[in-house]
Design a protein around this ligand. Structure first.
Ligand code: SF4
Length: 410
């Protein structure tokens, strides 16, 4: 019998669209009503997870044998790393943190630069609902994918026609491709930090008349300052292009200080946006479990935070780990190319609904998908937790259950 399920949440990316319509026959998904190709792919994955079996070095084994081998690897490891944590549920993230704590591992999300900046300068943020209802100036800085995401554009359509809003796109490769954008401001990627300081100086009333602006045309700098002064509620969406480079955390710190300056007379917030295919939330869970949002090491028996030292990509690049436990539906996202290459040189335990083709895990433990097979929750990119439904049956366990099985067997 066909069954139409309304308002299903998609956990395929940080947007967590919660208005998807799904038609099922109780056993499988027949139709996904969304225009988003990535969302279609995410739901279609549900048709493949039941065929996955536990593996050791690529050979099918029983679940108990795979768990026993995972436990053996963990017991031998001196310096394990827990990574991934994207496209997974809050419960699985909690279970991954509990395992890292138990075995004295390092655990890292992909948000080290953001975390580093926000630990220094703080973050004034808001929900998408506030952006939709109140923002009269929205600035997308290095967030081209979000800007062009039709679902996101739709989510900002205000209920009231009274909200007159201007939308500005900023960044190194900025082009006015859609009607959604009112203005496009080109900024040299290498000079973004200086552009933020110039904006802050002008807002503070510092006279820069004798100084030639760098990284941005003078007319655009002045126009932006006057718009920042005229608007009442300003929101910056900072995307992955803004967070690139070794100075990413400095740019985010500078932006936080600029936002504080703007807030002295009007409301201003920022929302950091991950790369497409990534989800946000692991940093929230890590923060309320350990006090730190990324790059946490449990080796001394308590959580230590050091974003430079305990960055997952750096640890893998330098081969400073002797075991890697990867979780989530998109476990390699956020890792550098070299780090992914080095996964061929350390034993890997992979837990999740997909088997990576880029390396051969020593142990693979399949899992069903929270949001399709299991209920749970996830965080949207504005920090709002959303419920996930389970509406199909599966032969697999959830990621959280597999992680708990390993933890309980140690
Ligand atoms: S934009 Fe993201 S959350 Fe929304 S349907 Fe597409 S993949 Fe899913």
């Amino acid at each position: 019998m066909k069954n139409l399920i309304e308002d299903v949440t998609c956990a395929g990316c940080y947007c967590a669209c919660d208005d998807i319509r799904i038609e099922t026959d109780g056993q499988q998904i027949l139709e996904v009503q969304t225009s988003c190709a990535q969302g279609q792919d995410w739901f279609e994955r549900a048709g493949t997870t039941d065929q996955l079996s536990p593996q050791i070095q690529g050979k099918p084994v029983s679940q108990n044998e795979a768990i026993a081998r995972a436990v053996e690897l963990i017991q031998k490891a001196q310096s394990p790393l827990v990574a991934g944590l994207s496209q997974t549920s809050t419960d699985a993230q909690r279970a991954a943190i509990a395992l890292a704590d138990h075995i004295g591992a390092t655990i890292d999300t992909t948000a080290a630069a953001v975390t580093r900046a926000l630990q220094q300068a703080g973050e004034a943020t808001c929900t998408l609902g506030e952006v939709r209802s109140r923002a009269d100036l929205i600035i997308y800085w290095g967030a081209a994918e979000l800007l062009n995401n039709a679902n996101h554009q739709q989510s900002l359509v205000a209920n009231s026609s009274e909200v007159a809003r201007k939308i500005i796109a900023m960044g190194g490769e900025c082009s006015q491709q859609t009607d959604f954008i009112d203005e496009c401001i080109q900024v040299e990627s290498q000079r973004e930090l200086e552009v933020i300081w110039q904006l802050r100086a002008l807002l503070k009333g510092v006279d820069l008349a004798e100084t030639e602006p760098v990284g941005i045309a003078e007319s655009e700098l002045q126009s932006l300052v006057s718009q920042l002064k005229q608007c009442k509620y300003i929101v910056f969406f900072t995307g992955p292009e803004f967070k690139q480079g070794p100075l990413a955390h400095r740019k985010l710190e500078a932006l936080s200080l600029l936002i504080k300056e703007i807030q002295s007379e009007r409301r201003c917030h920022s929302i950091t946006v991950p790369a497409f295919g990534e989800t946000k939330g692991a940093e929230n869970v890590l923060a309320w479990q350990t006090g730190y949002a990324a790059a946490v090491n449990f080796a001394p028996g308590f959580p230590r935070y050091s974003p430079g030292e305990y960055h997952a990509s750096r640890l893998l690049e330098q081969l400073e780990v002797d075991l890697c436990i990867l979780t989530g539906g998109n476990p390699l996202v956020g890792l550098t190319e070299q780090a992914v290459q080095n996964l061929k040189r350390v034993p890997v335990i992979q837990i999740g609904p997909v088997l990576s083709s880029e390396f051969q895990p020593e142990v693979f433990l399949p899992a069903g998908i929270t949001g399709i097979h299991f209920p749970g929750s996830m965080y949207r990119y504005d920090g709002t937790p959303l419920p996930l439904r389970g509406f199909l049956s599966t032969v697999q366990n959830s990621e959280a259950e597999v992680l708990k099985q390993i933890n309980n067997s140690l």
